[in-house]
Design a binder for this molecule. Sequence first.
Ligand SMILES: *Cc1c(COP(=O)(O)O)cnc(C)c1O
Length: 350
Amino acid sequence: MNRQDIEALVRPNIRALCPYSTARDEYQGPLGIFLDANESPYPTGYNRYPDPHQKTLKAQLSSIKGLPAENIFLGNGSDEAIDLCFRVFCTPGRDNAVAIAPSYGMYAVAADINDVQMRSVPLGADFGLPAEALLAACDAHTRLLFLCSPNNPSGNAFDPAELEEIIRRFPGIVVLDEAYADFSAKGSLRAKVLEYPNLIVLQTLSKAYGLAGLRLGMAFADAYVIRLMSMVKYPYNINQAALDLVSQALKQPVEAKVAETVAQRGRVAAALPAYGFVRRVWPSDANFLLVQVDDADALYAHLLADGIIVRNRTRVRGCAGCLRITIGLPSENDKLLASLDRYEKGDIHR
Ligand SMILES: *Cc1c(COP(=O)(O)O)cnc(C)c1O
């Protein structure tokens, strides 16, 4: 695909959009007297509007992620970027999107909110990528394909070569959600946005970076796609406190925490099959495990009564009998396993 092909996929009203601009864009000096935005002149630390282009944080993330700032969009969580994909590319009531299932619930919610039909394509055996079925689900009005790797809730990362083949063959925008890529040995495809203008890679600071409370999601894509998303977003979508705190937090390395989580994932995954009520533990490339048990509702209730909250996925299609368990601190994982010991013995809450 080339730039013209991408342009043809954009909603006509967005293609024609003239974005909101601020007078401050015209002033680049250091110490101006700002009488343009009706802000209060009295310093509170936050009396000025934040930079709508997030230049400083993008420069910092550019060096961490190894991509030019023009290929980076910052959103109020990945959830904002997911919603913007619909708003930029899908005409409500007409266009449609395709996604793997089971996967992250926000794709379907954002589709519903935007009045865009979502076509779910079930993953194959062992949650494998159904490449041909995904491509077969498309028609002339398909604009987006959502893939998630490592996938939530199955935990597996897909083969990068298989993903790339889909990106090459899909006649629309492929949104590849890599929220959990930091925990996976398969790595990230974000560098490929320089090669494929129809690829949007989503990442987030909510998981490995431990900043879920600050709401900072990233989209990596062709510079034209980034410009479209930036045009449609709220001008001040990332607040000043988030810009400051994220910038500070990014100076701390995350590798040791990620390594501990990966080691703990191995430990919990190795311990689980010994329980009689555990039927299956799927291999995980993420910071959680999908576990199939004899009675998911009963085990969920037992853990809850012990003050341990996991995600009950038993009513999700393809996840019958499954709980999704996040890997916690070593001491928290100890408590999880101790609670499972009690459940096995039939001690309490049963
Ligand atoms: C947790 C998660 C996200 C993160 O969303 P944010 O809005 O950035 O917190 C994105 N995608 C998937 C698949 C997730 O599980």
